[in-house]
Design a protein around this ligand. Structure first.
Ligand SMILES: Nc1nc2c(ncn2[C@@H]2O[C@H](COP(=O)(O)OP(=O)(O)OP(=O)(O)O)[C@@H](O)[C@H]2O)c(=O)[nH]1
Ligand SMILES: [Mg+2]
Length: 281
């Protein structure tokens, strides 16, 4: 299946971000801790040239704890500032102001030398769709300033949020890029829910998830659905459909319903904590 998704609003969003980058001191890139490689948009890398950088590995509550720690070590070894956060429970947010100040230390020093005082730092919060950019902004500002939702493409335009005297945040729409160099990148992005499901074949996505689970988290499907982890992914999907009573008239399996159960439960953590991309893979 081809996972490419690049609707017109993303082209518009990147243009608007290219305009706004002139006003920005720091780029805060929100990454999904379950796919720290594929959830980094190369266009954001280009956009952020010459700016302070901070990477936030969000949804760390859904990822594998051991892999989370390995990713932090990895970024440290690359001299990239990164933090693990859970924006839904506001975990890990207390270290952010310090990391922001560090990432902008050159800028703060320049302002100080010029006698500029109390100019707030401006950060652009960006990332691929549905990684929790708006939820992060609401959590750190302790108010429901931005709209959030459990599907990609919720934020449609930019929005400035003043956090305090020292920091202003710009919420931006989630953006992907025009062509995934590798279809696996697209598959991983779809697995975590950053591609509009309406353009996907949900049964194929469910089969991809089943394939990943039976190879990387042996026993989890068996435990949750009471199925055998056989070689044929569609046979497993069928067994899950049977176990969950997903039937259409005539007693046949409703594959769409069964697929949506697998996809939802995988994304929401009901199949346990999962990291799709580990440091060594
Ligand atoms: N478990 C968990 N869920 C989160 C976390 N952060 C955000 N979410 C959920 O992820 C979904 C997407 O959150 P948003 O903040 O709307 O994501 P976004 O990146 O702004 O998405 P777009 O504006 O569509 O690009 C929502 O259902 C949030 O509740 C987190 O740290 N952990
Ligand atoms: Mg948003």
């Amino acid at each position: 299946m081809n996972y490419q998704w690049y609707p017109g609003h993303m082209t518009k969003a990147i243009r608007s971000m290219q305009e706004d980058i002139k006003l920005i001191d720091l780029v805060i890139e929100i990454v999904d801790a379950r796919i720290p490689v594929s959830s980094r948009n190369p266009d954001i890398d280009k956009l952020a040239q010459g700016k302070g950088r901070l990477i936030l590995l969000n949804k760390s509550d859904l990822a594998d704890n051991k892999a989370n720690k390995e990713w932090l070590e990895y970024y440290k070894s690359q001299n990239i500032q990164a933090l693990l956060i859970d924006s839904r429970k506001s975990t890990g947010l207390k270290d952010i102001q310090k990391a922001v100040n560090e990432a902008c230390s050159a800028k703060i020093e320049r302002d100080r030398k010029r006698g500029i005082k109390n100019r707030p730092l401006r950060a652009m919060v960006c990332g691929i769709p549905n990684v929790g950019k708006s939820t992060f902004i609401n959590a750190i500002s302790k108010k429901a300033a931005t709209k959030t939702g459990n599907k990609p493409g919720v934020t449609k335009g930019k929005q400035w949020i003043r956090l305090n005297q020292t920091l202003e945040l710009l919420d931006t729409p989630g953006i992907l890029w025009p062509k995934f160099e590798d279809n696996t990148v697209g598959m991983h992005i779809a697995m975590i829910g950053s591609i509009n499901d309406e353009i996907l074949h949900v049964d194929e996505l469910a089969a991809d998830i089943i394939d990943f689970m039976k190879n990387n988290y042996v026993g989890r499907l068996a435990e949750r659905y009471g199925v055998e982890e056989v070689s044929d992914n569609f046979a497993i999907l069928e067994a899950i459909g049977k176990a969950r009573g997903c039937l259409i008239k005539g007693g046949e399996i409703d594959y769409t319903k069964a697929s949506n159960i697998v996809i939802d439960e995988f994304r929401s953590g009901k199949l346990g904590n999962i990291t799709i991309e580990t440091v060594n893979k």
